[in-house]
Design a protein around this ligand. Structure first.
Ligand SMILES: *[C@@H]1O[C@H](CO)[C@@H](O)[C@H](O)[C@H]1NC(C)=O
Length: 325
């Protein structure tokens, strides 16, 4: 009982990205820029999709979900990191740390599932255009969307409880810029075998199945594109497909690097760099990658920002597989 009380009261210290002040200020500017870019870009997409009725189709609903998720995702970790970089406290309370861990893992799991559903949606639209409206009907989409949020936020409870019940009695200095499972396990002073098994099984199952589903969808999409007859359509389709694949590969590559290996091979600099990639950079890049190549969103954006210019640009009603993903 005593030890538990002691554990709950004690704060953790998050080791910053650098101890050099000039580097810290430099990093602050970069990450503040990326964070603002992520918030502005994702907020614009979410509100545009929400307001523009023409964008009320499964693909855009899921894109809206992704943008909303990216806002939550970067807001869990980045503000605290930014504060620490400009000389704020690097301490985080035990409860604060667990809350950060919970929301972070929830967002991460939901993002995995969402990326795979988005890949599946494009697969149906391109490879089975005749059945698209029947397969991706409103009810199925709502069920899929609520299902993936529910699964993400529910499986995270297990990981958080298993991490929280470990005793932390040695160092309180976490070699990371936010509370994540691997650096927490390094601090625990009891056996963490069960936790590692849990990450590999529950986390691995969720990550791997999402990745495999996404990969299969894109393989089918690419082979369908290869069979297209017009050269212009093919190259355009390839370029959009490639940018999706980049997002998917960065995301799945970095999370598998982070979680799918023994925690003993843990190196501070390398891991922080990889975490930055998927915690800060991907949420900022997603809106650019998913939107700037998409004519319908661009037109809707133009329409929202120039209300008086109700010009001739018409937003297509039909699903055109060559422009739509
Ligand atoms: C998420 O997707 C569901 C189902 O398509 C949709 O009803 C909901 O409005 C979306 N939420 C956001 C924030 O875009």
């Amino acid at each position: 009982m005593n030890r538990i009380n002691w554990t709950l009261e004690e704060d953790f210290t998050l080791a910053g990205l650098s101890s050099n002040h000039r580097i810290q200020h430099f990093l602050f500017v970069i990450f503040l820029f990326l964070y603002l870019m992520s918030i502005c870009g994702n907020l614009t997409i979410t509100t545009t999709i929400w307001m523009e009725r023409k964008l009320h189709t499964p693909m855009y609903f899921f894109l809206g979900n992704l943008s909303f998720l990216d806002i939550c995702y970067s807001s869990v970790t980045v503000p605290k990191m930014l504060l620490t970089l400009v000389g704020g406290s690097s301490e985080i309370s035990y409860k604060g740390c667990m809350a950060q861990l919970y929301f972070y893992i929830s967002c991460c799991s939901t993002e995995c599932l969402l990326l795979s559903i988005m890949g599946f949606d494009r697969y149906v639209a391109i490879c089975h255009p005749m059945h698209y409206t029947t397969i991706m009907n409103k009810r199925t989409c709502l069920q899929m969307a609520s299902g993936l949020w529910l699964i993400g936020f529910a499986t995270s409870i297990i990981h958080t409880v298993f991490t929280a019940r470990l005793p932390y009695c040695n160092s309180r200095m976490m070699s990371h810029f936010f509370c994540d499972i691997p650096p927490m396990l390094k601090l625990a002073c009891s056996d963490t075998f069960l936790n590692k098994v849990l990450i590999l099984t529950a986390g691995g199952f969720l990550g791997l199945s999402s990745f495999v589903l996404t990969l299969i969808s894109y393989i089918k999409i690419i082979s369908a594109i290869l069979k297209m007859h017009t050269k212009v359509g093919r190259s355009r389709a390839f370029s959009t497909c490639a940018s999706h694949l980049v997002v998917v590969l960065i995301f799945f590559g970095s999370i598998s690097f982070m979680y799918m290996r023994p925690t003993s091979n843990y190196s501070l600099e390398q891991d922080q760099l990889v975490s930055l990639l998927y915690a800060v950079v991907t949420p900022a890049l997603n809106p650019i990658i998913y939107t700037l190549r998409n004519k319908e969103v661009k037109n809707a954006l133009k329409k929202t920002f120039n209300k008086h210019d109700q010009g001739p640009h018409v937003i297509g009603d039909n699903i055109n597989p060559e422009e739509d993903y």
